[in-house]
Design a binder for this molecule. Structure first.
Ligand SMILES: [Fe+2]
Ligand SMILES: [Fe+2]
Length: 319
């Protein structure tokens, strides 16, 4: 038995351990945040999200439920919205005893704060050789667009429904995506391949991708072909909130990036990558998110938590 706060903290800890920015940089950001919070007047402090002072992942939070709520069984999915909340409630009526609902994609204030994690993309682009001034300006433009779009969203809808049902509700987004990023970096990007076809074969050796392929959703090459030479392989589309600015591909290409692995890519991004001769492998969205979530769920399983996967979650235990 764990409590809700402990489960959430396990995810944050794993997120930090696998964060491309490293612990020191993360601490620096938190210290800066604390300082600017202290400078705010009383009125402004009222509206400041103090959760963001405790950990770096503004797109992940306990959406509903007191931290000391005892948890033995959870239902977990990539998107957990009102249909899944009602599903949990229905399963409980059938005697399941689900104590909490865990989502990957952000909801409520975590969704509103999505862009708060995007500066992680600057670190990744910087490591690949894109000058920080370019990475920073491209990202700022994109962040503005996303923030303006989210501002219009019905943000508290699902959170309020969890409250009405009185089922604890939380999400872990970037902590899980960091784990997936490190997994593919270690098992794919850091290895050598003669062509893209070989990379797809290697991806298929990762259980989440193999199982996703069984449902008809395997990793696919959307720019380049089976016989294309990979060059430098990077997983730029795995963590950092959501897609960055598509204009980054020009700079990544100049910095020597040959192949991008990503969770998903829209058509206009694909066109831009092609324009700059970058190969792209879309690894499957739900499978990639599941890969990251499974790192967290393995830790929960070790603590005796029962897990019911649903909503795109492909559960693979590596214990
Ligand atoms: Fe994700
Ligand atoms: Fe996702």
């Amino acid at each position: 038995m764990q409590n809700l706060g402990q489960l959430f903290d396990i995810a944050v800890e794993l997120g930090v351990k696998n964060d491309p920015r490293g612990k020191k940089e993360i601490q620096k950001i938190l210290t800066k945040r604390e300082k600017s919070y202290k400078k705010l007047d009383k009125e402004k402090k009222k509206y400041f999200d103090t959760e963001t002072l405790h950990h770096i992942y503004s797109d992940s939070r306990i959406l509903y439920g007191k931290k000391d709520r005892k948890i033995k069984k959870i239902i977990v999915g990539i998107d957990m919205e009102t249909p899944e909340l009602l599903l949990a409630n229905e399963l409980n009526k059938n005697g399941q005893k689900i104590d909490a609902i865990m989502a990957h994609h952000p909801e409520g204030r975590a969704l509103l704060n999505l862009t708060g994690v995007m500066d992680l993309q600057e670190t990744i682009a910087g490591e690949l050789g894109v000058p920080i001034n370019i990475a920073e300006k491209l990202l700022a433009d994109r962040v503005g667009k996303i923030d303006r779009a989210l501002h219009a969203d019905n943000i508290q809808r699902n959170t309020r429904n969890a409250e009405l049902l009185d089922i604890p509700y939380f999400n872990t987004h970037t902590p899980a995506d960091n784990c997936a990023y490190q997994h593919v970096t270690k098992h794919i990007c850091n290895k050598e391949f003669d062509n893209l076809g070989e990379i797809v074969d290697a991806l298929m050796k990762i259980d989440e991708y193999r199982l996703s392929a069984e449902y008809g959703n395997p990793p696919v090459i959307i720019s380049g072909s089976n016989s294309s030479k990979p060059g430098k392989i990077v997983a730029t589309g795995f963590t950092g909130g959501t897609s960055g600015n598509k204009d980054i591909y020009e700079h990544l290409s100049r910095s020597g990036v040959g192949t991008i692995l990503t969770m998903h890519m829209s058509e206009d991004y694909k066109k831009e990558a092609e324009k700059h001769h970058i190969n792209v492998i879309v690894c499957s969205h739900m499978a990639s998110d599941s890969l990251g979530m499974n790192y967290i769920l393995d830790e929960y399983e070790k603590k005796g938590i029962e897990i019911i996967p649903c909503s795109g979650m492909i559960r693979v235990s590596r214990i």
